[in-house]
Ligand binder design. Structure first.
Ligand code: TMP
Length: 208
């Protein structure tokens, strides 16, 4: 399994409240039932630094500069890559990421208006050039309303974030898989499993 490395990296992207966490749990359980070792991590988070930065970024209201916001997300990512992603991939594990580099492009680039090329360069550095093998873009009917700092950025912000995601899908259609999550959870989970199955075993036979 995997093409260029021992493990496999799968990321989930999308605006808030489209069911990422539910589907990540379903995919992890399904892969574990097939005897694969699965590691699930969220961004920002997954390490001590990442979890501290998560509460600073999302709940403190202290970060006013979009550039500072980007750099803190990038710092959390660098730590996650070093502590978890690289070691897990080297062990041949399946790593499932609840958000990764693409979130910075969508939110800080398209959403906040920072230079997308600069963000891509920064991502390349902090991830050591690691990109997901498969990225799912979940699309629901939500506009991301919620109560943390990013979730309260407004409808126009989330329109820009969605546009950003659409552009990324168009630029790299072999990695991205758009999945409508405005459907029963089981149907969404099956569509995700089919994509992963085809990647891992070159087939979409759900009885395997
Ligand atoms: P979530 O994991 O519950 O979706 O919350 C993470 C929030 O942080 C979400 O609003 C998206 C945002 N975010 C960014 O703005 N940039 C990033 O690089 C990442 C990883 C997340």
């Amino acid at each position: 399994m995997g093409r260029e490395r021992a493990g496999v990296l799968i990321s989930f992207e999308g605006v808030e409240k489209v069911g990422k966490t539910t589907q990540i749990g379903r995919l992890a359980a399904w892969l574990r039932s097939r005897k694969l070792t699965v590691r699930v991590v969220r961004e920002p988070g997954g390490t001590m630094l990442g979890e501290s930065l998560r509460s600073l970024l999302l709940h403190s209201g202290e970060i006013k500069s979009a550039k500072a916001e980007l750099l803190l997300f990038a710092a959390a990512r660098a730590e996650l890559v070093t502590q978890i992603i690289i070691p897990s991939l080297n062990q041949g594990e399946v790593v499932i990421l609840d958000r990764f580099s693409d979130s910075s492009v969508a939110y800080q680039g398209f959403g906040r208006g920072l230079d997308v090329q600069w963000i891509q360069m920064l991502n390349e550095e902090v991830t050591e050039g690691i990109r997901p093998d498969i990225t799912f873009l979940l699309q629901g009917s939500s506009f991301g309303q919620g109560d943390d700092k990013i979730e309260t950025s407004g409808q126009e912000f989330f329109e820009r974030v969605r546009t950003g995601y659409s552009k990324m899908v168009a630029e790299d259609p072999s990695r991205w898989h758009m999945i409508s999550s405005a459907r029963p959870v089981d149907d969404v989970a099956k569509d995700i499993q089919k994509v992963v199955m085809a990647y891992l075993w070159g087939q979409d036979d759900m009885d395997r």
